[in-house]
Design a protein around this ligand. Structure first.
Ligand code: PGA
Length: 261
């Protein structure tokens, strides 16, 4: 755990799952299984259409924090189907994802665009989680370090040219693309190596202090049966969970990891 990270972050990325009805049903059960814990942060990224149902159903459980999965690079405008970081802030959300590999792969988000989106989230007062990670081909070709540093460098350049920022208290997620939704998980050794490389990149580009205090989450087939091992890895400050966060029982188990319940 890095110095400035007071507590682990356990985040649920629901992607394009769960409309308002399923969101209410999830919370109904999850809130009974997971009582508030002051030693960890639990953050949900529901589909945009289910955000207000989430906020209403969580009621006074504001320990269950909420974020937006993606924002547009502009504050407002004629962009059918899109939402902005300013709107997410107005809706009382606290967090935003930037650069998830599915946005990069399916929607063509390039590093520079990701940098601008990160800037918009900061400008609106939201806490961004920057996602980075290599594909299987890149890993097999021995390009892990090059890919991670290219992604971070170009995102940080994009952020600088957006005129937004600064980005204090950095939160990143290392999500190897080959481990997302595949059932394959990075070994604790893989995660330790990649998290170390990300921190080295931050030290070069920002400062030793920023590198030491950044929170770096691991994402990619996190499940109740591998959560303890992942959280025990030096430099892993939490997790970003897709598939296993859709089931209230399994996500509650993940959120309760290492607690006396
Ligand atoms: P997964 O997804 O847990 O289903 O692998 C993780 C993510 O995409 O954030």
């Amino acid at each position: 755990m890095s110095e400035a990270v007071r507590q682990p972050v356990l985040a649920a990325n629901w992607k394009m799952f769960k409309g308002p009805e399923a969101t209410r049903a999830f919370l109904d059960r999850f809130m009974r299984l997971y009582p508030a814990h002051s030693d960890r942060s639990v953050v949900f990224f529901p589909a945009a259409i289910s955000l207000s149902a989430f906020l209403a159903a969580r009621s006074d459980r504001d320990d269950l924090e909420v974020g937006i999965q993606d924002v547009h690079t502009e504050v407002e405008g004629a962009y059918t189907g899109a939402v902005s970081a300013a709107m997410a802030a107005e809706a009382k959300l606290g967090w935003g994802l930037a650069g998830h590999s599915e946005r990069r792969r399916d929607f063509g988000d390039e590093d520079a665009t990701v940098g601008t989106k990160l800037g918009r989230l900061l400008e609106a007062g939201l806490r961004p989680i920057l996602c980075v990670g290599e594909t299987l081909e890149e890993r097999r070709a021995g390009r892990l370090e090059e890919v991670l540093s290219r992604q971070m460098e170009s995102v940080l350049d994009g952020l600088a040219s957006s005129g937004c920022g600064p980005w204090h208290d950095k939160v990143l997620a290392y999500e190897p693309v080959w481990a997302i939704g595949t059932g394959e998980t990075a070994t604790p050794r893989d995660a330790a190596e990649a998290h170390g490389l990300i921190r080295e990149g931050l030290a070069r580009r920002a400062s030793d202090e920023q590198a030491a205090t950044a929170a770096i989450l691991y994402g990619g087939s996190v499940k109740p049966d591998n959560i303890e091992a992942l959280l025990a890895v030096d430099g892993v400050d939490g997790v970003l969970v897709g598939g296993a966060s859709l089931d209230p029982d399994s996500f509650a188990q993940i959120c309760l990891a290492g607690s006396d319940r």
